[in-house]
Design a protein around this ligand. Sequence first.
Ligand code: MG
Length: 372
Amino acid sequence: MLADYAVRVEQSRGRRYPEPQHPYRDDFQRDRDRVIHSRAFRRLEAKTQVFTRRYSDHFRNRLTHTIEVAQIARTIAAQLGLNVDLVEALALVHDVGHPPFGHAGEKALDAAMREHGFFFDHNLHALRIVEDFELRYAAFRGLNLTFEVREGIIKHSHDYAVDQFPELAEYLLDLRPPLEAQLIDVADEIAYSTADLDDGYESHLLTLEQIRSGVPIFDRFYSEAESTYPEAIEKLKFNEALKRILNRWVGDLIENTNETIRQAAVNSIEEVRSYADRLATLSAPIEQERRDAKDFLYKNLYFSASLNPEKIDAERVISELFHFWMAKPENLPSSYREKAAAEPLPRIICDYIAGMTDNYIYEQHEKQCGRR
Ligand code: MG
C-alpha cells in the first residue's frame, strides 16, 4: 500500500524516448533491472569503497556497499509506504558515477579537471553514464530511464542551483526530490558508517578499545552484548553492538520521517516537493550520534596514515594518466578520440578515467606511463 506522498509509477513523467509498456514489469521495476544489467553496475565490483584488495577479499567494495544501501533503503521505504521499486533503482544506481580508488580517486580526478577550468562531480557523471555511455539498445543511447530515476541520481545527496547548472533545469532544481530519493542519502550514510566500523575493526586499523572510547553508542551496546553473551568471542559481541546501532538508526529514520511528515501536514508528492526542507531525516540526537561516528571514522580511519599509500597511489596514477592523455590524445581509444571532436578534451579524458575499475586503471597506467 503506497502512502499518499509516495511516487506512483503510473504518474511518472516518463522516459526520454517513449517505449511500449512491458507485460509484467512496471517502469520503475524495469529501471531497476536496467541498472542491474548495465556495465557501470558490474564495474562497481572492482572499485574501492574504503579498502583496496590489498587488505582482504571479504571487505566491502562499491558493489557490496551498494547492495547494502539497497537493503536498508528498501526496508525503510516499505515501512514509510514509499515506492520500493523506485527506491531500489535509486539505491542500486547511486554510486555508479564513482571513479576508481574511492574518495581519493574522486579528489584526484577533480583536481586534474580543475587545472583545465572544469570539475568532477560523481552525481553528474552518473547521469552521463545512464544518459549516454551505456550502449544496450538499438533505438537510443543510454538506458532511457524514467524522469524520477534520473532526477534521483542528481538530487539524492545534494541540491544544485539552477543558475549554476542550467543544463539540469528539467530536473526541477528549485524543488525537493521525492522522499524515495531523499532517503537514499541517509540510508547511504547509515550503511557506510556502520560497515566501515566493521571493516576498520577487521582490518586492525581500528581497535575495539579505540571504537569503544570514540563512539559512545557503540560502547553502550557493546557493554550490553557483553552482559547478555559473556561467553561469546569478541567479534560476535562486536557484531551484536553494530547490529543494534544499525537498527537504532534505521528505526529512528523511519519514526522521525513519519513524524516530520505528520507535522508538516504533507499529503501528496507535490507537497513533498514544495516543502522547504527535506523530510527524510534522523531526529536531532540520532543525527548527532551518526555525525560523531562519522567524525570518528574520518579521524581514525579515512585520514589514517595506514591508508596513505592507497591515497598517494590514487593521486599519482590518476594525475599521471590524465596528463599523459592531455599531451598525447592520439593514444586514447578511437571512440574517445571521436568524442573529443565534440567535447573538450579534459572532459573526455575524465569520462574515460572515471569509468575505469581499480584493476584497469593500474593496467593502463603501466601501459601508458610505463611504471607502477
Ligand atoms: Mg554510497
